[in-house]
Design a protein around this ligand. Structure first.
Ligand SMILES: NC(=O)C1=CN([C@@H]2O[C@H](COP(=O)(O)OP(=O)(O)OC[C@H]3O[C@@H](n4cnc5c(N)ncnc54)[C@H](OP(=O)(O)O)[C@@H]3O)[C@@H](O)[C@H]2O)C=CC1
Ligand SMILES: CC(=O)[C@@H](O)[C@H](O)COP(=O)(O)O
Ligand SMILES: [Mn+2]
Length: 392
């Protein structure tokens, strides 16, 4: 039995992971889960899967424990941020699925890294914020990092086995081609983007996902975060990574080789495929995803991203190049701006505007200390809130 801890069990990735686990229950046992606000869903998960541990916010711990007892469930509650880190490092699990959204996932994911776990990384923001620190910790503690983000999982599948040890020169890899759907506003002008609503922004054309990543896909910030994520995961500069708009989301990304070969990973847009791949790697298991019907799709198309209408991709590239705390600042400002947009306090175009201003006004420092990163994250959030206030 492979023992699995699922951080962010109540979210979209959490639900897809539970589905794959349930289909393969002879091989996987869910031993720990976490939730934050959707605690009724977490209770249902505990009743169904009977994990040993469930982590919830401090204030909810006692009532949640009582609810579990009332339901005849022996799951033990771990409370607050310390409980979440304890869950992530729990010795009784073999792998940790990191599926909390945003910076809130950093400390628990790092706790799993420091415990030397096999980590299935969906929480891209954690890696974007702390890239060098994170990857050093993976090395130092002998953790195994497997990408769940569909593009990075696709690239991982298309790279040769010796890529990690031999890098570009030794493996014949020339470039990575990161595909992007273009989101719900692909082809729209800045003028059209001015008045789009949160409901329109979260209506992704191909994927069913949480609200934050859906807005990121609409602004192309998701692709910016993914560019940075790819640089860290595959140890490449951004100049080796092209972003290609592919509206059908059938090709999940590609690797281009020295001899002209381009290897791609294809599949229906369903996160159960990369989750199943990472859960079973190097084996393969059933994911419940229907076979790809290429004839039904007929055409796969490609275009260049419109960086004038969607400046977030450029901002992410610039932040990665600035280095140090710049990606953490960008990520923090983005989290604040996306929340403000979802609450209708700013317009869609004010998301990149906020990020640009926060980056201009922030001092970038070396990011070699976790406490400093966390305090820079807080400062960037404060600054983003002030800038958003000034929009009114
Ligand atoms: N959804 C997708 O298809 C994909 C997602 N990803 C990445 O995976 C991560 C999760 O995305 P997704 O599942 O869509 O997001 P959701 O919003 O659907 O779920 C987020 C999860 O994080 C938990 N959470 C939120 N805030 C906190 C907090 N402060 N402390 C602890 N837990 C918290 C939520 O708990 P609760 O719900 O109980 O409040 C929930 O379990 C993101 O980083 C995203 O970029 C990557 C590729 C694809
Ligand atoms: C499913 C997944 O990995 C998402 O990150 C997805 O790729 C978002 O789609 P976009 O290509 O529109 O950002
Ligand atoms: Mn992705």
């Amino acid at each position: 039995m492979i023992r699995v801890t699922l951080l962010g069990a109540t979210g979209s990735i959490g639900q897809s992971t539970l589905d794959v686990l349930a289909r393969n229950s002879e091989a996987y046992q869910l031993v720990g889960v976490s939730g934050h606000q959707r605690l009724q869903e977490l209770l249902d998960i505990c009743i169904r899967f009977q994990p040993f541990y469930a982590s919830v916010p401090e204030a909810a711990a006692n009532p949640f424990q009582q609810q579990l007892r009332d339901a005849g469930c022996r799951t033990e509650v771990l409370a607050g941020p310390a409980g979440l880190e304890q869950l992530a490092a729990e010795p009784g699990s073999d792998l940790v699925v990191a599926a909390i959204v945003g910076a809130a996932g950093l400390l628990p994911t790092l706790a799993a890294v420091k415990a030397g776990k096999r980590i299935l990384l969906a929480n891209k923001e954690a890696l974007v914020m702390s890239g060098a620190l994170f990857m050093d910790a993976v090395q130092q503690h002998g953790a195994t990092l497997l990408p769940v983000d569909s593009e990075h999982n696709a690239i991982f599948q298309c790279l040769p086995d010796h890529f990690a040890s031999q890098g570009l020169a030794g493996s014949g890899v020339e470039r990575l081609l990161l595909t992007a759907s273009g989101g719900p506003f692909r082809g729209w002008s800045r003028e059209q983007l001015q008045s789009v609503t949160p409901a329109q922004a979260v209506a992704h054309p191909n994927w069913s996902m949480g609200q934050k990543i859906s807005v990121d896909s609409a602004t192309l910030m998701n692709k910016g975060l993914e560019l940075i994520e790819a640089c860290w995961l595959f140890n490449l500069p951004p100049s080796r990574i092209d972003v290609v708009i592919h509206p059908q989301s059938i090709i999940h990304s590609m690797v281009s080789y020295r001899d002209g070969s381009v290897l791609a990973q294809l599949g229906n847009p369903d996160m159960r495929t990369p989750i199943a791949h990472a859960l079973a790697w190097p084996e393969r298991i059933h994911a419940g995803v229907s076979p790809l019907d290429l004839v039904k799709y007929g055409t796969l198309s490609f275009e260049a991203p419109d960086e004038a209408a969607f400046p977030c991709l450029r901002l992410a590239r610039e932040a990665f190049q600035a280095g140090g705390t710049a990606p953490a600042i960008l990520n923090a400002a983005n989290e604040v701006a996306v929340t403000a947009f979802l609450e209708r306090r700013i317009g869609f175009l004010q998301i990149p505007e906020t990020l640009e201003r926060v980056l201009q006004l922030s001092k970038v420092c070396p990011a070699n200390d976790l406490q400093l990163l966390l305090s820079e994250d807080q400062l960037a959030r404060q600054l983003a809130r002030q800038i958003i206030e000034q929009f009114h």
